[in-house]
Design a protein around this ligand. Structure first.
Ligand code: MG
Length: 389
């Protein structure tokens, strides 16, 4: 089998708002075509025009080759060798960041082809004794024009998540910090007040995580709030500090009563080595697309296992990324949850419509797709509706 073409489709929701913090408003969908009529589907969480440029730009020398050019004519099922070829060939421009995120969408599509060609779901090719059901957590970021409104809608959403069958949810509580553009600027006591209100609403028998989106400038500031959370039974605090403050993360890992989680923006196992070893993070959160695809995400899972840490993949995208996370989790026993934007509790039309069938929650779990490949079908009408030039 040979790769004949790679198509990059740039998608945006029609109601895009540049002033909010949600990457579920855009998508790059990569379709890898073959001479045997099998097409692989992948996506990545990265500015889609940037990713398209990373894939389609022609190369100019041996250390700066184009991703697409390197793949035409190659055998798509040779995923590890192709990852290495792309990484080495793009090294002067890539190694980290957007080029790796773009490679992640391609790698996901190649795994989809591998599964489809073999007639088995991807997870069967990814590891030993896979689980067939995994636990998603509902990722919740409602709207609100004032603090009281935001707190009330978060309480309402976490209760709805419980009604929908989830046993776990993550609260996005960004009331200050560099990525808070809500107009709210509240003292840290309000973060605790919001988390406590959600805990009181759902009761004790429900897992709650909290994401403050890099809100606190340093470990001391974070600890002032986190030390009040012991009673609230929070599973992890996500991205409490600026992304490159690994010394601060190490202090939190040692001193915070709440476990630390981070890694959503990172690319490659090399960045995760820093986060795990210097930052001491308890829960590593690779995004399957951004980290460099399924091939690289599996390596990060192995690294976490060697160090006795957990994996909870980041996914703020569509059913494509959710399926990739589900297959990854199936072969990763130290992955207790995957991130999941409930279609009923998100504004993202891409999340709601791009993939035909959504995974169904039963008793807090979803079944890993068991059709060949990633096990997803795109709604091509929706794709055309969201597509940009
Ligand atoms: Mg996050």
């Amino acid at each position: 089998m040979k790769i004949t073409d790679i198509e990059c489709r740039v998608l945006l929701v029609p109601d895009l708002r540049q002033d909010i913090t949600s990457s579920a408003q855009d998508d790059i969908v990569v379709l890898v075509h073959t001479d045997e009529g099998i097409t692989g589907i992948g996506e990545s969480d990265v500015n889609p025009w940037m990713a398209r440029a990373c894939i389609e730009a022609p190369g100019t020398h041996t250390m700066g080759l184009g991703l697409k050019e390197m793949l035409i004519g190659e055998n798509p099922v040779d995923t590890e060798r192709l990852w290495e070829k792309l990484y080495v060939g793009s090294c002067m421009n890539g190694r980290r960041g957007a080029v790796i995120h773009a490679m992640g969408a391609i790698d996901m599509a190649l795994w989809d082809i591998r599964g489809k060609a073999a007639g088995v779901p991807c997870y069967q090719l990814m590891g030993e004794s896979p689980r067939t059901a995994i636990q998603p957590y509902a990722s919740l970021q409602p709207n609100g024009e004032s603090y009281e409104e935001y707190k009330a809608s978060l309480v309402e959403w976490v209760l709805r998540a419980k009604e929908l069958g989830f046993h776990a949810a993550k609260l996005e509580v960004t009331l200050s910090g560099p990525y808070n553009h809500s107009g709210l600027d509240e003292p840290d006591e309000k973060v605790t007040e919001t988390v406590a209100a959600c805990r009181a609403a759902v009761g004790g028998d429900f897992t709650l995580m909290v994401d403050v989106q890099y809100a606190w400038p340093d470990a001391d500031t974070a600890l002032r709030t986190l030390r009040d959370w012991e009673e609230l039974d929070i599973y992890f605090i996500e991205t409490p500090l600026p992304v490159d403050d690994l010394e601060g993360m190490a202090r939190l890992a040692a001193e915070s009563p709440v476990d630390t989680a981070a890694g959503e923006w990172l690319s490659t196992r090399h960045e995760f080595a820093d986060l795990l070893d210097r930052g001491g993070v308890h829960v590593a959160q690779p995004d399957v697309g951004r980290v460099g695809g399924i091939t690289e995400a599996l390596r990060v899972c192995d690294m976490a296992a060697e160090r006795g840490r957990r994996i909870v993949p980041h996914c703020w995208k569509t059913g494509i990324g959710i399926a990739a996370s589900a297959h990854l989790a199936a072969v990763t026993p130290h992955c207790p949850f995957i991130e999941f934007l409930p279609a009923e509790l998100t504004d993202s039309q891409l999340r709601q419509h791009l993939v035909q069938e959504d995974l169904q929650i039963v008793d807090g779990e979803v079944r890993v797709p068991d059709q060949p490949g990633l096990g997803i079908e795109l709604d091509m009408d929706a794709l055309r509706r969201f597509e940009q030039d």
